[in-house]
Design a protein around this ligand. Structure first.
Ligand code: NGO
Length: 533
């Protein structure tokens, strides 16, 4: 029987796991039980909160003889190798990945009520088993397992342990299929390794989409063979006048491959018809007056537009979309469509009517920022809502109406989900046009009931955008994404019934030692009861 995890009083659960650890002999080593590492983390101390938790029984203990047992499937084996790569440096154990033997950590593919991403985790004295229908489920189960092990497991040198996982069962499936993070690599360019680092950071919270904002006024970041100057010239700078950069096709494929190894789908965005100064600067013929503007390194928005009346514009879009679609195994292609303030409404509608079929022609599903709902969204298109409380009722109604007519919604309300907003007026990095977004504010909303009059069934999930006008290095991304990103991830994954700030902030605080071990920086918001040492 499924028991919801909120039905068990927290204190009982904590006592239960303490007793179980004592029973397993963790306290008989002579050392006083003061170190957190001698107490197994309660099964519900995980972000995103699992759908159901049933604590009980003796804990599982990782030992030098532990094997990681995988089903005879390439995909399951890959998840096993990924887990071993995380556990070996800190435990110092061999942890062979094998399809033989018994006990140990078992990753098992089986039919069951898990869906494409769900899993079940059973932990007890004789072994720890993660069962899922698909490898993605195993991967997400492994993220849960990481968080149940002591934070020191994330370190890259041998640590003392013990390596205990509290006994019991977790059954878990996501609320939404879309749990995204967006990185703006246009305002400031981030290289392949920096993107991989971000992928690893967000995978820990079961994010499954990486939306890359690949073009904007300040930089074009993806090589396009048929229009080479886009990258070589259009990508040659960034906000503030730095050197910029771009991904070669091989770079982009490497990002896609790495993301896939973390069960994330890459969603590329080419923002059109506005936010196109880098393209307009690269090719004079794309401009209505035939004159290329200079490159732009400021932070204004809304001043550029592709020339809607020129045929060459659609040749350009066709070439870019064809080449990008060919590089992208994922289902989606984001065409932007925000802040087209230099495009008339009639032209905007005309442009979207021409461009959406091009995306479909190359086999991809259109996503646009929610202004797309002011045109005619293609069948099956998704709109990404980035409004805020003060957005006009009329604009909200336009989005809701599109949702009623079948347009799916991804929710990224700027005054909740934008990771580039300052936390408070004193935050050094970030913008504040959508207000200050402290940790509680970014967590405390319900995607299912967010937009009045939009049917809950239209909501495909959530996404946390990270715009980089003020952010130029990975350390800056850390400060803005952490600790807010895990909250958006939880809104995307966990049942609404688990939503509880007071419970969440304790789980969030418990992430800090893990970030320290991983070398991930974070903003020490006073709203969160961080551990004191
Ligand atoms: C807006 C704008 C972006 C900015 C961002 C900064 C959208 C969808 N368009 O969001 O160009 O970078 O705000 O917060």
């Amino acid at each position: 029987m499924r028991r919801h995890h909120r039905t068990t009083p927290r204190i009982t659960r904590l006592l239960g796991s303490l007793l179980m650890v004592a029973a397993a002999g963790a306290f008989t080593t002579g050392a006083a039980p003061t170190s957190a590492s001698t107490v197994a983390t309660p099964l519900d101390r995980v972000i995103p909160a699992p759908a159901s938790v049933e604590p009980g029984g003796a804990p599982y203990r990782l030992t030098p003889g532990t094997r990681i047992r995988v089903d005879d499937s390439r995909e399951a084996r890959r998840v096993g190798e990924y887990l071993a790569d995380i556990l070996r440096p800190s435990t110092g154990y061999r942890l062979p990945v094998t399809s033989h033997g018994d006990g140990g950590i078992r990753l098992r593919l089986a039919k069951g009520p898990y869906g494409d991403e769900g899993y079940r985790l059973d932990s007890g004295r004789s072994g720890l088993t993660i069962t899922a229908y698909k490898a993605s489920g195993l991967f997400h189960g492994v993220q849960t397992l990481r968080q149940l092990l002591p934070a020191a497991v994330e370190k890259d040198s041998v640590q003392p342990g013990p390596w205990l996982v509290a006994g019991g069962t977790i059954e878990d499936t996501p609320r939404y299929a879309w749990r995204g993070a967006m990185l703006d690599v246009s305002r400031h360019f981030f290289g392949v390794d920096e993107v991989k680092r971000y992928i690893d950071q967000i995978a820990l919270y079961k994010i499954n989409k990486l939306h890359l904002h690949l073009s904007d006024d300040q930089g074009w970041r993806i090589a396009v063979d048929s229009w080479p100057r886009l990258a070589t010239y259009g990508g040659s700078t960034e906000v503030g006048g730095g050197p910029g950069g771009h991904y070669t096709k091989a770079d982009y494929k490497e990002i896609v491959r790495y993301a896939a190894s973390r069960h994330l789908e890459v969603v590329p965005e080419i923002d059109m018809p506005g936010h196109t100064n880098a393209a307009l600067a690269s090719y004079a013929e794309l401009n209505c007056d035939g004159v290329a503007p200079p490159l732009y390194t400021g932070t204004k928005v809304g001043f550029s537009s592709l020339c809607v009346g020129k045929e060459v514009t659609y040749d350009f879009v066709d070439d870019v979309v064809r080449e990008l679609a060919a590089l992208t195994p994922g289902r989606y292609l984001h065409i932007g469509g925000d802040e087209a303030h230099s495009t008339s409404h009639a032209d905007y509608v005309k442009f979207m009517d021409r461009v959406q079929p091009i995306v479909a022609q190359y086999g991809k599903t259109v996503i646009g920022w929610h202004q797309l709902t002011g045109a005619t969204p293609a069948k099956g298109a998704l709109a990404q809502y980035w409004g805020l409380d003060r957005t006009s009722a009329e604009e909200k109604a336009q989005v809701a109406k599109a949702a009623q007519n079948g347009t799916g919604l991804i929710l990224s309300p700027a005054d909740r989900a934008y990771l580039d907003m300052k936390y408070t007026k004193d935050t050094p990095l970030g913008l504040s046009w959508a207000g200050y977004v402290e940790v509680q504010r970014s967590y405390d909303w319900d995607p299912g009931a967010y937009l009045p009059d939009a049917p809950a069934s239209a909501v495909r999930g959530v996404e946390a955008p990270l715009w980089t006008e003020t952010l130029s290095e990975s350390g800056h991304l850390d400060q803005m994404a952490f600790p807010r990103l895990p909250g958006i991830a939880e809104l995307g994954w966990s049942p609404a019934s688990t939503h509880d700030w007071d419970d969440y902030k304790v789980r969030l605080a418990a992430q800090a030692p893990r970030w320290d071990a991983l070398g991930t920086g974070y903003h020490r918001s006073p709203q969160v009861p961080w551990p004191t040492d």
